[in-house]
Design a protein around this ligand. Structure first.
Ligand code: SAH
Length: 344
């Protein structure tokens, strides 16, 4: 019989599993703490469980973990981790150091089915969803060597296309007995899967980022095929009704591409589209990559776009690209999809 991986359970599911073994529910909390706060990788370490219970657990369950196969460090301190999965596929996570906090960017799928024109990951199509364990193990692995304050689901894949596993991972990540992240410090980013945005919002409390990237349906159809399924109007309505506690805001991400969506007219249309949505705007100058004809915007275009939004009283951040020298920047992750299992 195949052993179940305990890292695929949220706390409630682990409690049910423990109950099936005839043990007290609170044992699940103890195990959770061992897994996520002490980083246990074997049952032997769990010294507050009886030897007999540990043996029983080891008979029916296992504890998975990820160990980085390679770590690349950028000149700006950004670290890109390559993880090999059990089936030979690989994924990447990126740790972005900032003055007083580190942000970890994690993957939710091997490859991606969204096929956005400007994104390198999208050119490799979808191989498979990550399991809950594979999602949380990226955090566990990086936490072993660095403090992680913020978490963003902005690596490879479309998190909302792997909704069940992402929700379960979020429950573990934000659980007091689990990875103990504050929900304020965790952000899920989506290309705009409208029904799943609603499901996510009703299942968990988390920050939402939406990759808008265009200001007309025509333009967005061309850049992001998902727009043919969910039009701008529907997407923005879903943003409006997304439940956010207190004064939290949605993040609107907008990749600026030279001559495509970076004009002042675009900025004006963008303001019209998002007024009425409590949001802040992240402008991401396009990161060029081989095989993609798009070009990065000029500094002047960035400045004009940025200033227009500021003048309209939006909170705007133009994201400086981090880790470009190691292909760790937005839209540059591929987890060696082109050389699966090949040499490093
Ligand atoms: N699928 C999700 C999660 C990936 S996040 C989503 O689309 O939101 C990756 C972010 O990087 C997205 O906002 C995307 O628009 C942006 N991006 C993709 N390729 C890029 C590139 N070449 N240059 C700059 N940003 C890019």
């Amino acid at each position: 019989m195949e052993k179940v991986d305990l890292k695929n359970f949220d706390l409630e599911e682990l409690e049910a599993f423990i109950a099936r073994h005839g043990k007290e529910r609170f044992r699940a909390r103890q195990i959770f703490k061992w897994l996520y706060q002490k980083g246990a990788v074997s049952f032997d370490e769990m010294s507050n469980l009886s030897k007999e219970f540990r043996r029983e657990l080891a008979d029916s369950a296992r504890i998975s973990s990820l160990v980085p196969e390679a770590v690349e460090v950028s000149m700006d301190g950004t670290r890109k981790y390559l993880f090999r999965l059990d089936d030979g596929n690989s994924i990447e996570s990126v740790l972005i150091p900032e003055e007083d906090r580190n942000t970890l960017c994690i993957s939710s799928q091997v490859g991606c089915a969204m096929a956005c024109e400007f994104c390198l990951t999208g050119t490799f199509s979808l191989t498979r969803n990550l399991s809950t364990a594979e999602i949380v193990n990226q955090v566990c692995a990086v936490k072993k060597e660095a403090e992680v304050k913020n978490l963003v689901f902005m690596g490879m894949g479309e998190p909302l296309a792997n909704l069940d596993n992402v929700i379960r991972a979020l429950r573990i990540i934000c659980c007091d007995d689990g990875l103990q992240f504050s929900t304020r410090r965790v952000t899920v980013s989506t290309a705009g899967l409208v029904p799943e945005m609603d499901l996510l919002g009703s299942a968990v409390t988390v920050n939402l980022a939406v990759s808008l990237n265009a200001t007309t349906d025509e333009q967005r159809d061309r850049l992001m095929p998902v727009n043919r399924r969910y039009r701008l109007k529907e997407l923005l309505a879903a943003c409006k009704r997304f439940p956010l506690p207190g004064r939290r805001m949605i993040t609107i991400e907008y990749v600026l591409i030279n001559g495509v969506n970076d004009s002042l007219d675009d900025a004006k249309r963008l303001v019209k589209l998002i007024s009425g949505i409590p949001c802040k705007v992240n402008l991401i100058p396009f990161n060029e990559h081989e095989g993609c004809a798009f070009k990065k915007p000029t500094q002047q275009a960035i400045d004009i776009f940025h200033k227009y939004l500021l003048d309209k009283h939006f909170t705007v951040i133009t994201r400086s690209s981090r880790g470009t020298d190691i292909s760790a920047a937005c839209g540059q992750l591929k987890g060696r999809l082109d050389s699966k299992g090949g040499d490093l």
